[in-house]
Design a protein around this ligand. Structure first.
Ligand code: ZN
Length: 202
C-alpha cells in the first residue's frame, strides 16, 4: 500500500504558509509504516517541537491503473474518508531551505492518521464539507469545491508516474487552519456532520 499526498491544493492554505499556488500538483509519498489506523493515539516523537495537524480528504483506490485518463479516473476510487497528515513543520522548513526532500518531515512512522471511509456513491464528491475539531473547537473547515486540482485530475496525474494499486490512498491536501499539536490534544474529523476520525496525542 502506498500513500500519496498532495501539497498546497487549497489556495487559502498555500497563502497561510506563504507558499506560491502551484501550477501542477505537488506530490509526495508516505510509506505503509506511516499509517495510523483504528483510532490509535499518536505518540509525539521527540525529533520535532512543531508537529502540525493537516486534515485532508482521502481517496481509496479500488482498481489498479496506469496512465489513467481523467475522464475514466472516477472508476479508480470507490471510497472517501478523512486523514490527518502529521507534519514536522520545523524539519520541513529546514529541509525546504536546503532544497532537500521532505521525507523526514512528512513520512515518519504514524504520520498518516486514517479515519473511516464512506462509499463515493453516498456523497456528492464535488461538494464535500469537512472539518476538524481540536479539543472541541473547530480549527479547520474545508470544501472539496475549493480544491485547486480535483480528484479525477489527481488520479490521472499521479498514475502517469506511479502505477496505482488497489488499497493505495491519496491524501488530497489540507485547507487553511493548520496548527501545532500538543500532548493531550484530542482531534475529531467530520465529513459533513458525521464523525469519521478521532485521534488523541500522547
Ligand atoms: Zn498535507
Amino acid at each position: 500500500m502506498k500513500i500519496f499526498c498532495i501539497g498546497r491544493n487549497y489556495i487559502d492554505h498555500a497563502k497561510e504558509l506563504n507558499n506560491p499556488v502551484p501550477k501542477s500538483p505537488l506530490i509526495f509519498m508516505k510509506p505503509a509504516t506511516a499509517a495510523l489506523t483504528d483510532g490509535k493515539p499518536f505518540y509525539h516523537p521527540d525529533f520535532s517541537n512543531n508537529i502540525h495537524y493537516e486534515l485532508e480528504l482521502v481517496l481509496k483506490i479500488s482498481k489498479n491503473g496506469r496512465s489513467v485518463q481523467e475522464k475514466f479516473a472516477t472508476d479508480y476510487y470507490n471510497q472517501i474518508g478523512l486523514g490527518i497528515d502529521f507534519t514536522a513543520r520545523d524539519l520541513q522548513d529546514s529541509l525546504k531551505d536546503k532544497g532537500h526532500p521532505w521525507e523526514l518531515a512528512k513520512a515518519f512512522d504514524n504520520s498518516a492518521c486514517i479515519g473511516n471511509f464512506v462509499d463515493k456513491s453516498e456523497i456528492d464528491v464535488r461538494n464535500i464539507s469537512f472539518s476538524l475539531q481540536k479539543n472541541g473547537q473547530v480549527v479547520q473547515n474545508g470544501q472539496s469545491s475549493d480544491l485547486i486540482f480535483v480528484f479525477d485530475y489527481l488520479i490521472s496525474y499521479i498514475s502517469g508516474y506511479f502505477t496505482l494499486q488497489t488499497g493505495d490512498l491519496i491524501f488530497t491536501g489540507t485547507p487553511a487552519g493548520v496548527g501545532k499539536i500538543d500532548i493531550g490534544d484530542n482531534y475529531i474529523g467530520y465529513l459533513g456532520d458525521k464523525q469519521m476520525l478521532q485521534c488523541t496525542i500522547k
